[in-house]
Structure formats: structure tokens, C-alpha cells
Design a protein around this ligand. Sequence first.
Ligand SMILES: [Zn+2]
Length: 256
Amino acid sequence: MLGSVAGFRSGTAVLNIHDFKKWLTFNEKLLQKRVASWIPSELSTEDRAVLLKELKDDCITAIQAAIQNVTGDTTKPGDDEDETNSEETPEVDEEKPSETPGSGQLLDRLLYRGVLPRYAFPTDVATFHVFDQGRSSRFRPIMRFAPSQGLPIALSQYAPGKQIWISGKCYSSGAIYSVMADERFHAWESKRLYCECSACGFARTFEIGEIARGDKQDCPACGTKDSFGEARYWLRPPGFAHPVDVEEVTLARRDP
Ligand SMILES: [Zn+2]
């Protein structure tokens, strides 16, 4: 919803760094007043004054550092500055998920670089969907339950094959699902290949094309022959669902 990093940096997008700077400058007094209202009173008057005075520039510096071209970071200052900032380079770089996990999206980048607090945003939450079959249609899904968890926990609790207890009934996860259809599409489009060593457990992902699905290699960590793989598709699940054609299970006994 914030657009791409490239668009924000180059100024071609509706939301861009130039307008953001203008907005900060125009609203500086108001922002200082608001921040002053929640800075803890324990802070000294001098520190408080410095924070408020540098508020605007500090903000711009942090965001500019976060949206820098990733490959540009390795370039020495002054070394081909124009070339790394040319208009084609960023577009290509932003598309590589390995350099900016997730995508070339501004929101993801700001979260990844720690400019925005991760816990405050629902981007790291995955939902387990139980459809209300009586009221749902193909075009208008209605949920009976939709509990969510932070992604790390959701991955183990809601992964396909798992059983999930909700309100005394047992549901089973059997699908990758999101209410937003394009989230599934994008998850699949940005899939990678995953390899794990059967001997030592070393694991990593590769870009599609770097290796092929089903590939086996010697393990780069422990050296065991042919133990690294087979390469399987890997994606970041946008959410999970109980299959509509599977009956929920109610236990007669009150098993926990
Ligand atoms: Zn190994």
C-alpha cells in the first residue's frame, strides 16, 4: 500500500521521498508538539530539545538510509555515484527477494531495516481460516473462525497437516489461503527453492533458476555427498485454511 522502494526513491510514485520531505517540513512544528507530548518526563531538558530539534532531519536520514540501493551499499563513497543511482539499476535490484526479503515494497523494506516497528504491523501475522459453509459463496467468503498468530508460531501451528482446536472442535489445516486472492498469487510468484541437508540439517533457499527443483548436491556445510536436497518449492504462506470438504471433528469425551 506504500508502493515500491524504487518509486518512492525516484519520485515517480504518488508516495515519494520528495513529497514526504515537504510534508515533514510543512508539519514540523505540529510533529514536534506531538512528540514532545509523549517524550518521557525523565528525559533531561537538553536531550528533549535535541530530539525535537533533530526530529525532521533524523527521520529523513533514517528513511534515506533504508531505501538506498542495496548493491549501492558496497560501493565506496563517490565511486560511480551516478551509476548506482541511475534509473535502471534500482528497478532490477528491487526485484531480487534475496537482497530485500519479501519484496521491493517500501513497507517491507522499512520493516526489514527496522525503521518501522515490526510488531505494530499485521504483515507478520498469518490467519487460519474456517469457512462458514452455510453463508459463504465462492465470491464472498464468510469465516466462522479466523484466529491468527505471528508468522513464526503460525508456521508450526497452522501448517498444512496440523490439527487446530477451536471452540471445542478439531479442524485440520489443508490449504494455503488468503482472503486477498492476489496474496496467494504473489506468494507463489516469489517462491524460492529450499534445500536441507539430511545429515547435518544445514538449510538454505535459492532463487528459481539458480538450481532446479529436485536437485541434490553435496552439502556445503558438512560435505556429505548428495545429502543437500532434494530442492523443493518454498514460499511464504499468506495464511491457511480448513478444507471446506473436510468434516470438523467433535470428540465425545472431553479430551484436552
Ligand atoms: Zn550437511
